[in-house]
Design a protein around this ligand. Structure first.
Ligand code: PLP
Length: 421
C-alpha cells in the first residue's frame, strides 16, 4: 500500500474502511477540552463497548428478579454462563471450542497450567522465557522453579537479543536448544512481547521445543484480539491470555486459557482441581469423587464472576461481528500508516524498536525517543493523546482496528511532531 502524508489521505482511508462504523460501538474518554482523546492504548486497557453496560445490567436485573434461581432461570443462566463465551473466544485465538475456557486471571491461569505442564525431573527442569518478558510471567516461572526446589539462577534461561540489538532472533533460541535442550522442561514465551512489540513465530517455536522433548506454552496477553495466533495449528501445549487489553472486557476482567486437544483426555496429567472442573451432570450431587471434565473446562476451579463474564460476552460479540481476519487486515494497514508517518518525521532521535515486517508484529509500535523522558508522555497526554510510557525512553502506541481510525494515527503524529519541535 502506498501511503501519503496528509490529512486528506487519512480521511479517504477512513471513508473506504468497511470496519469504520465499529468506532461508534465504543466509549471514548474526553480530554480537558471535552474532545475525545486520541486513544492509542488498547494494548494496555481496551475501551468500553457501548453494549457492555446493558449486558451487565441484565445480570443485575436477573439477580434481583430470581435470586439463586438465576443459576437456571436467568436470561442467560449462570450455571453454564462460561459456555456462552467459549465459541467466540476460541475463534479469536484459532482454537477448537473444547480447547478454550474463560476463567480466573492470566497469572493465576499460568500457574495452574504450569502445575500440569511443568513437571520437572532432576535432569530436565529448566524453563526458557524471552528476556524482557512481562514481570509477572518472570515472577511466575521463577516461583515455580523454587517451588520444585530449583534455583532460578541455574534453572531460568533467558532468550536474549544480541548485544546492541532490541529483538530476539530465532536462531539464538535454536542455539539454546542445541546446547541445553535435554535439560529444558518448558518453553514459556510471550507470543507478542509487551515491550518491543515483537511477535514470535509460534509454530516454529513449538516444533523446536517439541523436537527436544520440551513442553511449550505461550502468553498471549498482547496477542489475543490483536494478531491471529492459530493456536490449535501451532501445536502448543497450552496458552494463557487476559481480556482487558485488546479484548476490551474491562479492568481486571477474566482471562482465557488454551489446552491443546491432545491433552484433553489425559487423566494422568497432574492438576489442581475444583468443583467447576467436575462432571457437570454430577457436580451438585456433592458426594462424588472428582470426575474431571474433558478439555480446557477441566481446569476450572470455581463458579465464575458473572458480571465480569457479561462484559466479556458483550465485547466478544463485537469481535465476532467485525471478524478477526478483517480486523487483522485493517490493523496491518493502520500500523503500517503509523510507521510511514513516523519515518516521514525524519527525526534522528526516533527509533522504532518493533520489527518492520508486519508478520512479526501486531498493532503496537514501540517508539524509542532518544534522550526523552516521561515528560514527553505527559505532554502527549496534555495534547489529548493517550499512549503508554515505558522507562527509559519508549512510547508504546497501538492503533487498534476496532475503534481507531487512520485520522487518529495522523493526529497522533502531528501532535507528537509539534511537541518534539
Ligand atoms: C498484561 C500482562 C500480564 C498481566 O497479568 P494479570 O495476571 O492479568 O495481572 C501478564 N503477562 C503479560 C505478558 C502481560 O502483557
Amino acid at each position: 500500500m502506498t501511503y501519503q502524508n496528509n490529512r486528506e489521505f487519512a480521511k479517504q482511508c477512513d471513508a473506504q474502511d468497511s470496519l469504520a462504523h465499529f468506532r461508534d460501538e465504543f466509549l471514548f474518554p474526553k480530554d480537558k477540552n471535552g474532545n475525545p482523546f486520541v486513544y492509542l492504548c488498547g494494548n494496555s486497557l481496551g475501551l468500553q463497548p457501548k453494549r457492555t453496560q446493558s449486558y451487565i445490567e441484565q445480570e443485575l436485573k436477573d439477580w434481583a428478579a430470581h435470586g439463586v434461581e438465576g443459576h437456571t432461570d436467568a436470561t442467560h443462566p449462570w450455571l453454564p454462563y462460561h459456555e456462552f463465551l467459549t465459541e467466540n473466544m476460541a475463534k479469536l485465538v484459532g482454537a477448537k471450542p473444547s480447547e478454550v475456557v474463560v476463567m480466573n486471571t492470566l497469572t493465576t491461569n499460568l500457574h495452574l497450567l504450569m502445575v500440569s505442564f511443568y513437571q520437572p525431573t532432576q535432569t530436565r527442569y529448566k524453563i526458557v522465557i524471552e528476556s524482557d518478558a512481562f514481570p509477572s510471567d518472570k515472577y511466575a516461572v521463577e516461583s515455580q522453579l523454587r517451588f520444585h526446589g530449583f534455583d532460578p539462577e541455574d534453572g531460568l534461561i533467558l532468550w536474549k537479543p544480541r548485544e546492541g540489538e532490541e529483538l530476539c532472533r530465532f536462531e539464538d533460541l535454536e542455539a539454546i536448544m542445541e546446547t541445553q535442550g535435554g535439560e529444558i522442561a518448558l518453553l514459556m514465551i510471550g507470543s507478542t512481547n509487551y515491550y518491543s512489540g515483537q511477535h514470535f513465530p509460534l509454530k516454529k517455536i513449538t516444533e523446536l521445543g517439541h523436537s527436544h522433548g520440551c513442553m511449550v506454552g505461550f502468553d498471549l496477553a498482547h496477542g489475543a484480539g490483536n494478531i491471529e495466533p492459530h493456536l490449535h495449528e501451532t501445536g502448543a501445549d497450552f496458552a494463557v491470555w487476559c481480556s482487558y487489553k485488546y479484548i476490551n472486557s474491562g479492568p481486571g476482567s477474566l482471562g482465557g486459557l488454551f489446552v491443546h486437544e491432545r491433552h484433553a483426555h489425559n487423566p494422568q496429567l497432574k492438576r489442581f482441581a475444583g468443583w467447576w472442573g467436575h462432571n457437570k451432570k454430577t457436580r451438585f450431587n456433592m458426594r462424588h469423587d472428582f470426575d474431571v471434565l474433558p478439555g480446557a473446562e477441566g481446569w476450572q476451579l470455581s463458579n465464575p464472576p458473572i458480571l465480569s463474564m457479561a462484559a466479556i460476552r458483550a465485547s466478544l460479540e463485537v469481535f465476532a461481528e467485525a471478524g478477526l481476519k478483517n480486523l487483522r487486515a485493517k490493523s496491518i494497514k493502520l500500523t503500517g500508516y503509523l510507521e510511514f508517518l513516523m519515518d516521514e518525521l525524519n527525526d534522528p532521535r526516533i527509533n522504532i524498536i518493533t520489527p518492520r515486517n508486519p508478520d512479526e508484529r501486531g498493532a503496537q509500535l514501540s517508539i524509542q525517543v532518544i534522550s526523552a523522558n516521561k515528560q514527553l508522555h505527559d505532554q502527549l497526554t496534555e495534547a489529548g493523546v493517550i499512549s503508554d510510557w515505558r522507562e527509559p525512553d519508549v512510547i508504546r502506541v497501538a492503533p487498534t482496528p476496532l475503534y481507531n481510525s487512520f485520522e487518529d494515527v495522523y493526529e497522533f503524529v502531528q501532535r507528537l511532531k509539534s511537541i518534539l519541535h
